[in-house]
Design a binder for this molecule. Structure first.
Ligand SMILES: [Fe+2]
Length: 203
């Protein structure tokens, strides 16, 4: 069992990194991709859950964002879950066995629920969604997003539009924060970046 989880972790890591390299700024960059990974491990210790599950969930929750953007699709969670299912089968874990099935269901929910379009069915999914918020509320996340927007849409005429996009993601993610430990860490950053974004909207 442990060697199969290790294999699945390796496959997920390789797949997610390959997607980052393939799609560049259309998918979360390596810088931003590694932010939630550190946080899910910290939260897994606090909530005493399986680190492998949340680590794989964090690696894969946005792994199909680039592909979805390219295809003009808005369901990167569904696409990510489909990619995960394939990796799960490749790792040699049978879904028919109870323990493996539980792991599958948890990781699938981590991916499908990270934008809260469906309910969390396990604390592991809530941990992944909360860890995802670091991508758009911390200084490293916010400055990275500004850089990404500049790459995607970086003309002077789009400045106000890009500031609005930063405001939208800052608040979307702040409204996703539900764990008290995450709220305590992110609240000072949220308040500060909200103040700066509001000021940036006016001349
Ligand atoms: Fe996402």
């Amino acid at each position: 069992m442990n060697d199969k989880i290790a294999k699945l972790t390796k496959l997920a890591d390789e797949f997610a990194r390959a997607q980052v390299n393939k799609f560049g700024s259309m998918t979360p960059s390596r810088i931003i991709w590694e932010l939630p990974l550190a946080k899910v491990e910290w939260l897994a210790d606090i909530y005493k859950v399986d680190k492998d599950v949340v680590r794989i969930g964090a690696m894969l929750m946005d792994c199909q964002l680039g592909e979805a953007t390219k295809q003009g699709r808005t369901d990167h969670e569904q696409m990510g879950a489909a990619a995960f299912e394939k990796l799960f089968i490749d790792s040699g874990m049978p879904k028919s066995k109870k323990q493996e099935r539980e792991i599958f269901d948890k990781i699938e929910n981590c991916i499908l629920a990270h934008h809260r379009k469906i309910p969390y069915t396990c604390i592991e999914a809530e941990i992944c969604a909360n860890a995802d918020c670091y991508k758009f509320i911390t200084p490293r996340g916010v400055f990275n997003f500004a850089m990404v927007l500049g790459q995607r849409n970086g003309t002077e005429d789009n400045f106000d539009e890009n500031i609005k996009a930063m405001d939208f993601k800052l608040n979307e993610k702040w409204n996703t924060v539900s764990l008290p430990e995450v709220r305590a860490e992110l609240e000072p950053y949220y308040n500060e970046f909200q103040r700066l974004i509001n000021e940036a909207k006016s001349i």
